[in-house]
Design a protein around this ligand. Structure first.
Ligand code: GLC
Length: 789
């Protein structure tokens, strides 16, 4: 495509390279991150994911030279070699090949026979994918594993699969053959024997990814339009890849603490009396709850930003009443605006030319819930501002968060045609370029609107997303079904979303379509308890999916899992802070922490919660035991306290109300006492479970809702522990103390040690020795504790 090289020049952080048939450009983002660009569509980058100012971009030294017919660009960490035909190879600083272009041509595995006949019976014919205008083939060595790519179905490791990025609302049961779902996150991580690197193909058009399915000698990504614009992101550690990718595309900001509590939803809770009944039942059954979601039926004829006056005569008063029970309301807002003269939102948008149009400039109409509807042009800044302003209609009534749905964008009477026009912030374009970022831009505008209206950390949930949406919104995996396969697959789906920057994610607990069986619900909630976003949600017409709609055993198992979730909230909150600082997700595949352990590289029916808790849920009907692989190190069985050696598989007992959990030696796990909702108790004493070994932990406390922590209003407590001569020493160092409502004390429970003596700063203190552990209290001040056997 490009032909031979004809020249090059260095220009700031970029090296521009001329070829016979076009221009290429290498940009040094920082010593580990390199952008490869060719202006095939626009002269400059036009990214919705990589926003500026951007702290990933660092001024750094690099050298450029020309030798042996190639250009070499050397940073402190990488050596990038650029050849004719714009072939680009990446090496580490000592010359180890990391990622090399594949020089051969595409050569699909042979397919035999006439597939038409198979199609005749209704089979999906397997055909070789066509060539793309842009296609980057990378050589495969053989041992690579691929992770990321957002919400795709199938296993954790994507090797041998192909995918497309085209945001798709597909209500059929999601299975491995689905090439696209609701989100387009064109980013993946390659793990090799020596190193990990990421590739982010920042192209919003439909993109194609073949991870060695077509031929095991190469993998490729491509598109038929847009720019060639991809980032090579070096590790060598896998965690660094996630951290650097999220530095570039943005990180999930620390959410409000209540958003990490339980959310209860159904299509649709209405009228008001039903919502109040749900709230009461949660309390009656001693089930913690922080939010109820109102699906589309709260609206007046599905008109967004309105309420059905009969079902919800006084939303503000209802929300106020729920507040007394500690429950908040989240409302759904879809993009489709009902085409209805006299409906103020529709009229205003029409007046101002805020909707997408057909190619003749006539407002484009398709059908969604309200019937004929128009599509706000979120690619245009004034429209984003208008939509942001509308959020106040909801927040003024007391709504605590907004759930954005159907924003792929979805439609009922055929897909939006390619030629639907969008203003695209001044460079008009068509649907092909806006489709994959539509939900992203809607979430951005929703986030900005809530922030302006409330000043608090906005809570937005979106179904459609593009790379970078994690800055604005949490996500769920869309319309799953109440099937065991979907519970099973939700684990790799959400783990890969986490690796793709979406630290705050979850799926519909219990499954959306179909009827959830009691056992499936009991097992699903055991996984949901560790998903950053916990929401039980189901479709209209399915059997009741609230926990009390089941038998006593299921209800008890549900309550037990939710109480554990609420106990762990300070830990999850610390993990969300870590996500804001590093991009690392709370829910992690084991490979992220133990990349060199081959036994975990494909493990996706167990996962880590942070780096310290290993969760091994049961995801098959009737199972009461399961094999669990423990990586190297010492592990404590969370339920029994038994100490287990890692580096082996064990058989765990898992009765219906038990999800096997293990905690690594050296851990600290902060915990809250039993609460019905976040903030029910003013917590003056934090609980802290200690698992003896060597380790450190930082716990942070703040107001849980404002951005004041960014200007220093937080308290930091640094814990460390080490074992010496049969003694365990635990140190607490108080760091920043900017938040006034500080804890006064900690209640420590040290597990797995029989203790005869506990002292604080050299003075003996009282303690309680129980089978579960040794418990004692210390003031929330710097100090040293010693425990003697
Ligand atoms: C879509 C959403 C689902 C919602 C329904 C009605 O199917 O994915 O969560 O309940 O629309 O709004």
């Amino acid at each position: 495509m490009w032909g031979k090289r004809t020249g090059y020049e260095k220009e700031g952080r970029r090296v521009r390279i001329q070829f016979e048939h076009g221009e290429g450009q290498i940009e040094i983002v920082n010593p580990w991150v390199i952008n490869v660009f060719s202006p095939l569509h626009t002269q400059e980058h036009e990214s919705r994911a990589v926003e500026h100012p951007n702290f990933a971009f660092e001024d750094c030294d690099f050298r450029v030279s020309e030798r042996d017919g190639r250009i070499e660009i050397v940073t402190a960490e990488l050596n990038v070699k650029v050849y004719d035909h714009f072939h680009v190879d990446f090496y580490d600083a000592v010359g180890t090949p990391l990622c090399l272009d594949y020089r051969g041509s595409r050569d699909p595995f042979l397919r035999r026979g006439n597939v038409d006949i198979a199609e005749g019976e209704g089979h999906e014919a397997m055909r070789t994918t066509g060539h793309h205008k842009i296609q980057i083939l990378k050589a495969m060595e053989g041992g690579e594993k691929f992770y990321g790519l957002g919400d795709k179905t199938g296993p954790l490791n994507k090797k041998g699969y192909e995918y497309e990025m085209w945001n798709t609302d597909d209500p059929s049961p999601h299975v491995e053959s689905h090439k696209s779902l609701y989100k387009s996150i064109p980013f993946f991580i390659t793990l090799k024997e020596r190193a990990a690197y990421g590739l982010f193909f920042d192209n919003p058009f439909k993109t194609f990814f073949d991870m060695g399915k077509e031929n095991s000698d190469y993998y490729y990504f491509g598109a038929d339009d847009g720019n060639l614009d991809y980032y090579f992101i070096y590790g060598p550690d896998m965690k660094n890849v996630v951290t650097r990718y999220t530095a570039l595309t943005g990180r999930t900001p620390l959410p409000q603490l209540w958003t990490l509590g339980a959310h209860q939803s159904r299509w649709s809770y209405a009228p008001e009396a039903r919502v109040m009944e749900i709230a009461d039942k949660f309390r009656e059954h001693d089930l913690p709850l922080d939010a109820i979601h109102l699906d589309i039926d709260y609206m007046d004829g599905y008109r967004v930003f309105t309420w059905d006056g009969e079902r919800f005569p006084d939303p503000a008063a209802m929300i106020e009443k729920l507040k007394e029970q500690g429950i908040k309301i989240v409302t759904i807002i879809d993009p489709g605006v009902k085409k209805d003269k006299g409906y103020s939102i529709y009229d205003e948008g029409l007046d101002k030319g805020y909707y997408a149009t057909d190619r003749d400039g006539v407002t484009y109409v398709n059908t969604v819930w309200p019937g004929d509807s128009v599509y706000p042009d979120f690619s245009n800044e004034p429209v984003r501002q208008w939509w942001a302003g509308n959020q106040k209609i909801m927040t003024d009534a007391g709504v605590a968060g907004i759930w954005n749905d159907m924003n792929e964008p979805a439609s009922f009477t055929g897909p939006l045609p390619d030629d639907v026009r969008f203003k695209n912030d001044g460079r008009e374009t068509d649907h092909r370029e806006v489709h994959n970022v539509y939900g992203h831009l809607m979430s951005q505008s929703t986030y900005d609107g809530i922030l302006n209206a409330t000043g608090k950390r906005p809570f937005v949930i979106t179904r459609a997303a593009y790379a970078g949406t994690q800055k604005y919104s949490t996500v769920w995996t869309g319309d799953n079904q109440s099937f065991w396969e979907h519970l099973r697959m939700s684990i790799p789906m959400t783990l890969n979303l986490g690796l793709s920057g979406f630290a705050f994610n979850g799926c519909d607990v219990g499954g959306f379509s179909h009827d959830c069986t009691p056992e499936l619900l009991a097992r699903w909630v055991q996984v949901g308890a560790f998903s950053p976003l916990f929401r039980n949600h189901t479709a209209i017409g399915t059997r009741d999916q609230e926990p009390w709609a089941y038998d006593e055993q299921t209800l008890n198992a549900y309550r037990k899992a939710m109480k554990l979730r609420y106990r762990m909230l300070p830990y999850l909150y610390d993990l969300m802070r870590e996500a804001e600082n590093t991009g690392l997700p709370p829910m992690r595949p084991l490979v992220l922490e133990y990349p060199q352990d081959e036994s975990v590289q494909e493990l996706d029916d167990q996962f880590l919660f942070g780096s310290m808790m290993l969760i091994a849920p049961v995801v098959e009907q009737g199972k009461r035991h399961r094999a669990v692989y423990l990586p190297e190190g010492k592990w404590y069985d969370y339920a029994s306290g038994e100490v287990l050696e890692g580096g082996q598989a064990i058989l765990a007992d898992a009765p219906l109300d038990v999800c096997p959990i293990y905690v690594s030696a050296g851990s600290f796990l902060p915990a809250y006492p039993d609460q019905k909702y976040v903030g029910e108790l003013k917590i003056k004493e934090l609980l802290l479970d200690v698992y003896p070994g060597t380790g450190e932990y930082v716990h942070t406390q703040d107001d849980g809702e404002s951005f004041d922590y960014r200007s220093g209003s937080y308290n930091e407590y640094r814990f460390s522990q080490s074992e010496k001569d049969g003694e365990l020493e635990i140190k607490l160092e108080k760091g920043n103390s900017g938040y006034a409502e500080a804890y006064s004390s900690f209640r420590l429970t040290v597990h797995g040690l029989s203790v005869s003596w506990v002292e604080l700063n050299g003075e003996a203190i009282p303690f309680l020795a129980e089978i579960r552990g040794t418990t004692f209290h210390i003031p929330a001040e710097s100090g040293t504790v010693r425990l003697k056997r």
